[in-house]
Design a protein around this ligand. Structure first.
Ligand code: UDX
Length: 433
């Protein structure tokens, strides 16, 4: 019999998960407390952009495979409940209030049920949380099995990542819980991805280690980029390509840039550092990773100083506001912190982004100028900084910059070929001049 799925918390992970389940043919209930969001979803409108999400959502609504509710009680008619509420950081520490509240309610509802029910926590939890905080709220109920199942999907490719994960990690209460989740995945995938079954704490630590390692790779290459900038012709992109050929290193996540942003890497790094601190460990490596990331935008400021444009009333054009391409998400985007600093210097800022302008305007209101086209953004400004690696920026040619008042271009994402841009005052992160 096809399983019925409920998903509590329709943020990035939860909504993507619910919609992909419905698209796969599972009867799915998406649950959230935000009624406005639910109304929009019922009308087929997701609150954020993600490739294929809207198409799959509308398709699933039409086929009556997905419904939305604000009532946790509706999980009672389903077989598996995924918990995907947020675990944000407060003062560098993880805030578990949402997940605690939801699990308590889930326990209350499921105490009225006789049949077995699998509860799967996908929210990122600091190590020991499942054992110490989640399990005690559920273990008195004989019919409930608990598993944690950390999610590794990336924004911009969420649907594809759910359909083709590189690994499924299951932290299980007992064999029965793990077997139940594997059974579900067997019905979800035609070709079952690799599955790793382990205990709660190891599963929790896998998620943090994964993100901390990715963050480390980025801060590492940014440190090399900072060395390169001191030596004419030294080029971090060539170095990254070379070291990436070593199978022990690998080519991915070695793009130097303005630093990592987004809703996960900065948050998970802070939470792991705070967790280590509680264990009496200063975790100097991860603190250094964080510190490199925090100071990376200063490298752009230094170039602006060298270009002599860090002066009151100069106009700067920023191309790219999203924390990476193919998303409208501006959470922890380096463009936010950079523009705050530039405004402090009294500069006028013009910005462009193919998708994220609306979200950015919620933060900066009328303090900066929002441009619909790249051409408008570049017109009459004293310097252009590329902050996001959108494909349409990669296509820009030298001629596209002719409207700048002064031909200063800073490529923080290494999207341009330096040999083609050497005719203008071109500087790039990780490229010595
Ligand atoms: C990340 C993890 O990749 C994912 O597994 C986890 O589930 C959630 O967090 P995401 O936040 O979508 O995913 O973004 P990611 O693609 O990891 O990029 C994070 C940041 O690092 C972005 O700002 C990106 O531009 C930056 N980055 C990435 C670099 O600066 N250089 C790189 O080589 C790669």
């Amino acid at each position: 019999m096809t399983k019925k799925i409920s998903v509590i918390g329709l943020g990035f992970v939860g909504l993507s998960l619910a919609v992909v389940n419905a698209q796969k043919g599972f009867d799915t209930i998406g649950i959230d407390i935000d009624n406005k969001k639910l109304t929009n979803l019922r009308n087929g409108n997701p609150p954020f952009y993600e490739i294929k999400l809207e198409e799959f959502l509308r398709n699933s609504i039409r086929k009556k495979k997905i419904i939305f509710s604000n009532k946790i009680s509706s999980i009672i008619d389903t077989d598996i409940t995924f918990v995907t509420v947020g675990t944000p950081t407060k003062n560098g520490k993880i805030d578990l209030s949402q997940v605690q509240k939801v699990v308590l309610e889930v326990a209350k509802v499921l105490s009225r049920k006789k049949q077995s029910h699998l509860v799967v926590v996908k929210s990122t939890l600091v190590p020991t949380t499942t054992n110490d905080v989640i399990l005690p709220k559920l273990q008195h109920l004989r019919n409930i099995r608990l598993a944690v199942n950390p999610e590794f999907l990336r924004e911009g490719t969420a649907v594809q990542d759910l359909l083709e994960p590189h690994l499924i990690v299951i932290g299980e209460q007992d064999k029965q819980a793990g077997d139940a989740l594997v059974k579900y995945y067997k019905s979800f995938y035609k070709k079952l991805p690799e599955i790793l079954r382990t205990n709660f704490i190891t599963a929790e630590l896998i998620k943090y280690s994964n993100n901390a390692f990715l963050a480390t790779k980025i801060s590492f290459i940014n440190s090399i980029a900072n060395i390169c900038q001191n030596f004419p012709m030294a080029d971090v992109t060539i170095i990254a390509n070379a070291i990436g050929k070593d199978p022990r290193i690998g080519p991915l996540f070695l793009n130097a840039g303005p630093g990592f942003g987004g809703s996960c890497l900065p948050k998970d790094l802070s939470a792991l550092i705070a967790f280590s601190k509680n264990l009496g460990d200063t975790n100097i490596l991860l603190k250094a990773v964080q510190q490199v990331n925090k100071t990376q935008p200063d490298k752009i400021i230094r170039i602006l100083k060298q270009m002599n444009v860090l002066r009151k009333n100069k106009i700067i054009s920023v191309l790219g506001l999203a924390f990476k391409k193919n998303t409208d998400d501006v959470r922890e985007s380096v463009s936010v912190s950079l523009i705050e600093k530039l405004l402090d210097y009294g500069l006028s800022i013009k910005v462009h982004d193919p998708m994220a302008t609306q979200n950015f305007a919620k933060l900066f209101h009328d303090r900066i100028i929002y441009c619909k086209t790249i051409k408008d953004c570049l017109r009459n400004s004293d310097c252009c900084i590329v902050m996001t690696d959108w494909d349409e920026y990669k296509k820009l040619q030298l001629a596209d910059f002719k409207n700048l008042r002064v031909p200063n271009v800073i490529d923080s994402r290494r999207v341009f070929d330096p040999s083609k841009f050497s005719k203008i005052n071109f500087r790039a992160i990780g490229l010595g001049v």
